[in-house]
Design a binder for this molecule. Structure first.
Ligand code: GPV
Length: 807
């Protein structure tokens, strides 16, 4: 039922709004309009309808004088927005009908929108899901990040190897944002700190302006809208006319080029940190702008800084914005005259930090010299923070140590709460990376298991399943996802299961059509679609999946008349451009696909597909079409995973390890509806201590030994037989992620998958129970937890259930 705050509109009236934009915003008439013009007109017409709820939310926020949440994140992996906005406004059908009446193809227009890829993977997509939930729940919030000119690179394969080209989402105007040239802040870098007068003064060497662009984020049924505010770097002096007049055109535009560099491009490293000066500048750039902005807002409302923490909750999405601590302390001291102790305690009551990984290469540390040269005042403030921390807590943990500034320790010390992102991960955070700080600050570390927005990841991306759920349990589930539990009662109903399977088959057919049209690849929709999509990383073990594929190929060839379950192994994902081993794995997957897909003996039973340039939009097609979800990371390494939740929600059971949120997913769906294999986190640690564990595992597994020999001897790279000898030797010498040790257990679990899949009724029931039982993984539940345990922030809209009472 549409909400009262959104005025209903007919397709005719909405069509007129689209035409008005076509004429007045795009300057076209119908006979000259290109696809781009239609897309922009539709987007602007939809955006118009977001503005009133947005204003209304802002008005209520000012009136309430309560707390605002500020979510600081280097990444927001948003994807496309037309369907998202249309669906949240309850206008999907109206928009479709309006365009049909104008003779336009809605689906084609939707697909024309560039994917806003201002993020790498899970961390960035989580931020986007959180923004969706904050609006759906009516919690006053701002997302703060960087308006990168170029998002995550585009991936192409050249003879199977990954090539990268720049992404250009802003080449065409971005329909959803409002430019705010009047909202800008100076951001300083470098120079020195002058302390002659007693109170320190920072004399920076370089200054750029951070200029705001706002995108409204509309929640479910348009009840609330928050703001995503992204910062773009601009020069303080646009153009050096004197240089220009001298004929030095390069020098004339130098200040502009220098400033623009800061928000030019998203760093493509997922979890690994490169330690580049520009990266530190990006971090400080958006963090300082955000802190200045929230302080200005607070003070303009007449706030008293002693009460800052009653009105401001700042969440740090990993350590990337950890400079927020010292920056807030700097502003409170240098600009507002608070003493050190007051400044630190005020800042700490506002700040909280989310840790997203235990991987040592992901823990940000900056060479002290570099840090000091770019942020000399902050370097001094961090020394003050460290001194206060050591004195007050009796801790021995340093923030600056061995010539490095440790951002994890800084974030921890400046936060009143630190959280991990799954139950297992939070326990490991306490036991490993922050074991000492956990002792010094007991109770500071808590858990908030990740979640996903069911609006994008079920309602929008899976129309056939949406329809079946609506008919079966009603339409209240999209913002109360635990209602899916009501589907369990139908898990024994053959007619329901037939329809559940029909929805899956429709999604598989949609994927097959899409791949055929895009890449010319033909899939057998009766085969099991076995999907692993995520960044390519050794710990995620795409290599183990491929080794199992080759082993299966060997066995099918040996017994071609066996009772095999046909499979399509689908891979998707990008590797960081500098991550050599990950790129070798991509190359090997593609080389293997070429050979295996051409084998007439196995062609109908086994196929490998690796579509180029995996992104959010591709995930929206692949996930609803998946039969099996691959979540096979080395136990203890995947902090949570969120793809795992999306697959289960869309009726794809998991084959997986006891890692991250897999553990909790398995508890929810039931062990009998989850294909478990592999060592536990504790066993992984123990195994690493054993000498020669990889070679011993290979010796114990003839099946694995054979596959490794095939790869090493060049079976899959006949033109360059030695291509993978390094990769295989690496596995034998230091298989840090225990691919060899978990291989047999994984192979065996896959055969259990085969058996259940062959029994269609049993499989569909398992798939349906996955959907029914993962409602807890809604990001609405996650955000409710953050609001309760970390922010003490409340919703400013009547809750869904009380609205039901009113209705
Ligand atoms: I740190 N994650 C990510 O995508 N990029 C990063 O730089 C870091 C963490 C991911 C983790 O790997 C996932 O396990 C997790 O689900 C996700 O962050 C969201 O918490």
């Amino acid at each position: 039922m549409p909400d009262m705050s959104i005025p209903p509109v007919t397709p005719q009236d909405f069509g007129a709004e689209i035409l008005r934009h076509l004429k007045h915003s795009l300057g076209k008439d119908e006979s000259h309009a290109a696809l781009y013009d239609w897309r922009m007109s539709l987007s602007l017409a939809l955006r118009d309808r977001v503005v009133d709820p947005w204003f209304e939310s802002t008005r209520k926020t000012y009136e309430a004088r309560g707390k605002r949440v500020y979510y600081l994140s280097m990444e927001f992996l948003i994807g496309r927005l037309i369907e998202d906005v249309a669906i949240n406004l309850g206008m999907e059908e109206v928009a479709q009908a309006a365009l049909a009446e104008l003779g336009q193809d809605y689906a084609k227009i939707v697909a024309d929108e560039p994917d806003a890829a201002l993020g790498n993977g899970g961390l960035g997509r989580l931020a986007a899901c959180f923004m969706d939930s904050l609006s759906t729940l009516g919690i006053p919030a701002y997302g703060y990040g960087i308006r990168y000119e170029h998002g995550l690179f585009e991936q192409h394969f050249e003879n199977g190897a990954q090539m990268e080209t720049a992404e250009t989402w802003l080449a065409q105007r971005h329909a959803w944002e409002f430019e705010r040239p009047e909202v800008s802040y100076p951001i300083h870098f470098g120079g020195h700190v002058d302390e002659a007068e007693g109170s320190p003064v920072w004399h920076p060497e370089e200054t750029v302006m951070a200029s705001a662009y706002d995108t409204p984020v509309i929640g479910w049924q348009g009840r609330w809208a928050n703001t995503l505010r992204l910062w773009s770097a601009k020069p303080i002096t646009a153009f050096d006319l004197a240089s220009f007049n001298r004929g030095d055109y390069m020098a004339a535009s130098a200040p502009e080029a220098l400033a623009r560099t800061i928000s030019r491009v998203l760093y493509p490293d997922d979890t690994t940190k490169t330690g580049k000066e520009l990266r530190l500048k990006q971090e400080y750039f958006f963090t300082s702008a955000s802190i200045q902005d929230l302080l200005r807002r607070f003070l303009s409302e007449g706030g008293d800084l002693a009460e800052l923490a009653d009105h401001v909750a700042i969440q740090l999405n990993d350590t990337h914005p950890a400079i927020a601590g010292p920056e807030l302390v700097r502003l409170l001291m240098d600009e507002h005259g608070l003493d050190v102790a007051r400044a630190i305690s005020t800042a700490r009551r506002c700040l909280a930090y989310t840790n997203h990984t235990l991987l040592p290469e992901a823990l940000e540390r900056w060479p002290e010299e570099l840090f000091q040269s770019i942020l000399p005042r902050h370097h001094r403030i961090i020394q003050l923070i460290e001194a206060a921390h050591l004195a007050d807590s009796g801790s021995a943990v340093r923030i600056i140590e061995h010539g490095e500034v440790k951002m994890g320790e800084l974030a921890f010390v400046m936060a009143h709460k630190v959280n991990g992102v799954s139950a297992l991960h939070s326990d490991l955070v306490k036991e490993t990376v922050f074991a000492d700080l956990n002792r010094d600050y007991p109770g500071r570390i808590i858990n908030q298991t990740n979640g996903i927005t069911p609006r994008r990841w079920l309602y929008s991306c899976n129309p056939p399943l949406r329809a079946l759920i609506n008919e079966t349990i009603g339409t209240a589930w999209p913002d109360d996802l635990q209602q899916l539990e009501g589907l369990s009662a139908h898990a024994g109903d053959a007619a329901f299961l037939d329809r559940f399977q029909a929805a899956k088959d429709a999604n598989k057919a949609r994927l097959a059509d899409w791949l055929k049209a895009r890449d010319g690849v033909v899939l057998d929709p009766a085969a099991m679609f076995d999907v692993q999509i995520k960044r390519i990383h050794e710990y995620k073990r795409q290599l183990m999946n491929l080794l199992e594929t080759i082993a299966l190929w060997n066995e099918i060839r040996e017994n071609p008349n066996g009772d095999w379950t046909p499979r399509v192994k689908i891979f998707g994902g990008k590797a960081a451009p500098g991550y050599v081993v990950a790129k070798e794995i991509i190359h090997l997957i593609n080389d293997t696909a070429k050979l295996i897909n051409a084998d007439p003996a196995t062609r109908d039973l086994l196929q490998i597909v690796y579509p180029e340039n995996y992104n959010v939009s591709m995930a929206e097609i692949l996930i609803p079409a998946a039969d099996l979800s691959e979540q096979i990371s080395t136990a203890g390494k995947e902090a949570s995973g969120t793809g795992n939740m999306k697959f289960a929600l869309n009726g794809a059971p998991t084959i997986g390890t006891l890692d991250g949120a897999n553990v909790e997913i398995r508890e929810c769906v039931g062990a009998e509806n989850f294909f478990l294999f592999g060592l536990t986190a504790a066993e992984v640690t123990a195994r690493r201590a054993e000498p020669n564990y990889a070679r011993r595992a290979v010796e114990a597994s003839p099946r694995l030994a054979r596959v490794l020999k095939q790869i090493e001897s060049g079976v899959f790279s006949p033109s360059d037989k030695g291509r993978y000898s390094g990769l295989i030797q690496g596995l034998l010498d230091h298989d840090y992620f225990l691919v060899t040790c978990d291989f047999d257990s994984y192979f065996e679990a896959q055969r259990r998958v085969d058996t259940v899949f062959a029994d269609q009724a049993a499989w569909t029931r398992m798939a349906a129970l996955n959907t029914a039982r993962v409602g807890w993984f809604s990001s609405d539940r996650t955000i409710t937890g953050y609001a309760r345990d970390i922010w003490t922030a409340s919703s400013l809209i009547a809750s869904r259930s009380s609205r039901k009472d009113v209705a």
